[in-house]
Design a binder for this molecule. Structure first.
Ligand code: NCD
Length: 299
């Protein structure tokens, strides 16, 4: 494995290998331990779009494996703002780091960067297009919860048009069959190109319909950054709210995932519901990124 640029590179075998490897790192990630497996290696974390979890958990993964990290945050502080191409930036940074994690607002940016790079590149979100490591994080939480990824029924609820995270999880799980129940405001429906073969789809009209009979729910915020009209965003941002009552009534045994940040779509009262897994998933996110860094740097 040379890079991780797109979720479509994550074959079933590779996902299972990374899940098993993440299992071997989970305790270390969860108990905040450290090892020296990547001692002497440097990760460049280039986050040209806002990030809290993805940047810090990728950096944490590198540090827990004994590696070191250099970081660039915000396009406005980089030479991209002066007009440098992503490819040239990649040529430069390949002289400093052994591996690069990049987030950038443009779809296809990680691929463009990798064309100039001579070290492995990890796509940590390329605009609306893809977010493969988030899909790995969610898959790992599902794997820990259900002991498998095959044949799960998942309700995808929220802004499915602009959500790179829902899109990426659908793509990853298309290797494993199962069913996707879709619920979004009419203007934010999943686009046809994101309906991957291998999954059965059901469009839902109500929250109750979407929640019934699911193993898990994947909720996404309405992505404010893709709205020109602020009042339209305000109208849609709390269109579907997953209250505790709705969850307890319609899917008492389901797992609830969310990439975070959540805005209005999951109220705080849900956080201590037994199915709420979005904070629990964060330690697994470090473990799965440790597994990925190890795979990219040592095989
Ligand atoms: C997601 C992202 O950046 O796409 N967050 C994340 O990586 N944890 C989801 C989001 O911002 O809504």
């Amino acid at each position: 494995m040379q890079n991780l640029l797109s979720t479509s590179e994550l074959t079933k075998e590779l996902v299972m290998e990374l899940m098993e490897s993440a299992d071997s790192y989970y305790d270390l990630a969860n108990c905040k331990g450290s090892s020296n497996e990547l001692e002497g290696k440097i990760l460049a974390a280039l986050f040209y779009e806002p990030s809290t979890r993805t940047r810090l958990s990728t950096e944490t993964a590198m540090l827990r494996l004994g590696g070191r990290v250099i970081t660039a945050v915000g396009e406005e502080y980089s030479s991209l703002r002066k007009g440098e191409s992503l490819k040239d930036t990649a040529k430069v940074i390949s002289n400093y780091a052994d591996v690069v994690a990049i987030r950038h607002k443009q779809a296809g940016s990680a691929k463009e960067f990798a064309e100039g790079a001579s070290v492995p590149v990890i796509n940590c979100g390329d605009g609306p297009a893809d977010h493969p490591t988030q899909a790995l994080l969610e898959a790992y939480q599902l794997y820990r919860t259900f002991g498998k990824l095959d044949g799960l029924t998942i309700a995808y609820i929220g802004d499915l048009k602009n959500s790179r995270t829902s899109n990426a999880l659908l793509k990853l799980l298309s290797n494993f069959g199962g069913k996707a129940k879709l619920l979004s405001p009419p203007s934010l429906k999943l686009v046809e190109e994101s309906k991957y073969e291998g999954i059965e789809y059901q469009e839902c009209e109500t929250i109750e319909e979407a929640l019934s009979g699911v193993d898990a729910i994947y909720s996404s915020r309405v992505r404010v950054e893709y709205f020109d009209d602020q009042s339209e965003y305000e109208r849609l941002k709390a269109y579907f709210v997953l209250t505790r009552e709705l969850l307890e009534t319609n899917c008492p045994d389901a797992a609830l995932l969310h990439a975070l940040p959540r805005i209005d779509e999951i109220p705080e009262e849900v956080d201590d519901w037994k199915g709420a897994k979005y904070f629990e998933a964060l330690a697994g996110g470090v473990a799965v990124r440790m597994a990925l860094l190890k795979k990219l740097l040592c095989s």
